[in-house]
Write a protein that binds this ligand. Structure first.
Ligand code: BGC
Length: 425
């Protein structure tokens, strides 16, 4: 297992399993004034169909599967662990091993138990201890079946959300003035009214008008809690089995500066990556999650070039970004890197094929230059629930007809599978 280069695909429990009823996301999706385009419901029923999905992955030649264990299932009530859920994940892990598929397990991928949010969520310092206790339980129960563990998915997401929200606020201010000038109907009162209703409903549901879910705007304090949660969980895992490989994952853009944007670009990179270095340099690996680049000029992030191909997320199609990020992280951090997510939401699967080929050429060049890259796990194995955007985005190597839950592998699945031999010979 140690020396195998991983070629695989990733999912996250809430996005694929279905009926994650004890989670914060389930509660938010079903609010009257929900921000979600639609609720997750049965998702793609991966909870019941995981064998079929792992078969498809393995038959196409992939040798690794990254998935997340759902905290809200393992611990639906604080301190009460659910044996059935633990057995379920034991079965999933055992099935991976039966199929010679190396599991990469994430302990927290955005969704949390609802009780955690009621207690103050990711702004409550005690959350680090709650997370460590849950992690300990998982590893006590399932540790012998594990090898790579990602504690927290995209630990830097709260900071990124805060930055995006700041940008939107600025734009909205500009928009407001613009609208008044051209006499368009901009009705801030209606927006404020909806926000008021959401706050009231949150107060009833979570005991808080602005619940601190993992995907909230988080400042330095929230960031520190997440780092602490990672450290404490890692310490618990290592106490049980020091052989397990532990790391966190980060969402990393290929940040490029042009014409005087250098200073801002440096600041952005430090926020997104640099300030984590001191906390993770002793980790066994870092999970790299990259989707595109962001180009920065003196005024900030520039719009995507006009001739660029846009993905469904309005990201620029830019598979070269991954190689750039790997090289930069290697230079600044120097621990082994595992690509835990990289992909595009797009209908045209030929573009996904091109994306995979070009991204993996970049990975190959990194390896040829001596960088330690443990594997490449594509996002995602299945078309799935893209959080507030619902099922409209198609990131999968496998399409799913959600009426019948029938799986339709796309050509890109096989294309990715062919890299297993290329990287392992
Ligand atoms: C997340 C996934 C998400 C993907 C595509 C990543 O930030 O980890 O959960 O579906 O991006 O947007």
């Amino acid at each position: 297992m140690e020396n195998k280069f991983l070629v695989g695909a990733s999912t996250a429990a809430h996005q694929v399993e279905g009926n994650n009823i004890h989670s914060d996301f389930w509660a938010m999706e079903n609010m009257e004034f929900s921000n979600f385009d639609e609720p997750s419901l049965d998702a793609v029923d991966h909870y019941n169909r995981y064998k079929e999905d792992i078969d498809l992955l393995s038959n196409a030649g992939l040798n690794s599967y990254r998935f997340s264990i759902e905290w809200a299932r393992i611990e639906p009530e604080q301190g009460k662990f659910n044996a059935e859920a633990i057995n379920h994940y034991r079965d999933v892990l055992a099935y991976c091993h039966e199929k010679n598929v190396i599991p990469v397990v994430t302990l927290h991928h955005f969704s949390s138990p609802k009780w955690l949010i009621d207690l103050g969520g990711w702004k409550n310092p005690a959350t680090a201890d709650y997370f460590a206790a849950y992690s300990r339980k998982v590893v006590q129960e399932l540790g012998t079946l594990l090898h790579y563990i990602c504690t927290i998915n995209e630990a830097n997401m709260g900071i990124q959300i805060a930055a995006i929200s700041e940008r939107f606020k600025k734009q909205a201010m500009q928009q407001q003035t613009k609208n008044i000038q051209v006499g368009l109907n901009f009705d801030p009162e209606k927006m404020i009214e909806k926000m008021k209703k959401v706050a009231e409903e949150n107060q009833v549901l979570f005991n808080n008008p602005k619940p601190a879910i993992f995907l909230s705007e988080l400042g330095a304090e929230g960031d520190a809690i997440i780092i602490e949660a990672h450290k404490k969980a890692k310490a618990e895992i290592k106490k049980i089995n020091p052989e397990l490989k532990v790391g966190m994952t980060l969402s990393l853009h290929d940040i490029q500066a042009i014409n005087g944007g250098e200073e801002l670009a440096d600041k952005e990179w430090k926020e997104e990556f640099g300030h984590y270095i001191e906390h993770i340099q002793e980790d066994d690996f870092i999970g790299i999650q990259n989707y595109t680049r962001s180009v920065i000029g003196p005024e900030g992030i520039l719009p995507v070039p006009e001739d660029a191909i846009l993905t469904q997320m309005s990201h620029e199609f830019y598979p070269q970004a991954l190689e750039n990020v790997l090289r930069r992280v290697h230079k600044e951090l120097g621990i082994p890197m595992l690509v835990t997510e990289n992909g595009i939401g797009i209908d045209d699967d030929r573009l996904r094929v091109r994306f995979i080929n070009e991204a993996l050429e970049g990975v190959q060049r990194c390896i040829d230059d001596g960088l330690s890259v443990l594997g490449y796990l594509h996002w995602s194995l299945l078309d799935n629930f893209e959080w507030q955007k619902g099922y409209s985005k198609t990131f999968g190597l496998i399409a799913v007809d959600r009426k019948t839950q029938t799986r339709y592998p796309k050509p890109s699945l096989k294309v990715l599978g062919q890299f297993t031999d290329k990287f392992n010979n």
